[in-house]
Design a protein around this ligand. Sequence first.
Ligand SMILES: [Zn+2]
Length: 485
Amino acid sequence: MDVARHRVLWLAFTAVQASCGTKLVIPEEPTTPQVASPGVPVPFANAGPSDVPTTAPPPGISRVIDAVDPSRIRQDVDRLAAFGTRHTLSETASATRGIGAAREWIASRLRDAAVPRSGILPLQVAFDSHRVSADGRRVTRDVDVVNVVATLPGVAESAASRHYYVVAHYDSRASDPNDATGDAPGANDDGSGVAVLLELARILAPRRLDATVVLLATSGEEQGLLGARGHAKALVDAAVDVRAVLSFDIVGDPRMPAGPPRPDGIRLFSEGLPANLEQTATVRMLGGESDSPSRELARHVGTLALWHGAEVQPTLVFRPDRFLRGGDHTAFNELGIAAVRFTEFGENYDRQHQDPRSEDEHDFGDVPQFVDAEYVAGVTRLAAIAILHLANAPAAPKHARIVALALAHDTALRWSPAPDQDVAGYEVVWRATTSGLWEHVQDVGAVTSVTLPWHKDEHFFGIRSYDADGYRSEVAFCDVERSPG
Ligand SMILES: [Zn+2]
């Protein structure tokens, strides 16, 4: 069956809620899907089938992202580069140069963003220090690797323990990774990501989000993900419930080495198999090797971007990272935490990890003039859309599963309800086993089981939660429930 016909047929069905499940009846007219709010362009929305919800997105989000200001982003990138170097082992005594001055400035900008919130804690800013011993490689002496952490405590009792992270690294490097004194402006890598973080702090700090949002500016990334590793390990040791990590690293220059620029896109990297994979046999049986929590997170961001008509649309890359490069999201992935990486398309390698200089009329160095603040503003709006949904939506349902107790040509699904008081219902998404992206969506209402007329042998299924405002959770990939033995 071709995809269009498949979708039209499915839209001929609607869900009728029942106390213990959902029955499907055929309405007189098929439902026409609505994508985004009127007047909002939706690039690529018609490029193929998708799981974009058929209702309008929460209107509150556009009010928040309208506040993103490229001129503040411009100032932040320029200021970060003006510290000369932010090398992890650079000096900490100067007020104007080196990583010590840089982190004090970042912390002060985050404190400036904190505004009173009636009856609840404002944005909390702290340093998070990890002593790292000399290793004879990229850590030439013992050093305190200091992250800057801004936490916006969640306000919903059932959701505040869930943490959603936005990460960028504020350290930089020159051509020699151990050169702690030479200029390393790091405007794009990763001044651009830190600028996203600072702007998010300003627009989110006054908000009352259900879950807790953490904005983490790491150090030691260039020396081996040191700050991210220290922070991630502490989270695991303290059993902090971290549901998602969005890392923004090199998100400032939409120009391509050849051809037209790509201001409307960004790459979004995600791992396929999680490091803490325990159910290998189940994954092999399900064919679920492309449905790790990180991969579902990446798909979720892609769906939200389409739904909201974001000006910067992510292109999903089903790979943990780029070749010959690393990033902080990996430190979280290694400990079993869902984490993805955003990076521009046409990385210019002459401007990364290079001493600023001219050679044969060729310029090297990661200097501010090659960071496009308007593009970074678009990336920030995309980040805000994602984090507002993640932090305001009910949790994804637990134990989402295909009930496979007997041979049948349809698909029975079952899941445990999200714990949130504001959960208003659930959507089922599904796709052909050969598709990388969810292709269909059906609102099934406030139920915890449903039977669909599609054959479970030929599709993957997932469930997501939503609240009355329309905030969507990540998709919970459907496992399988089989009879014992
Ligand atoms: Zn970087």
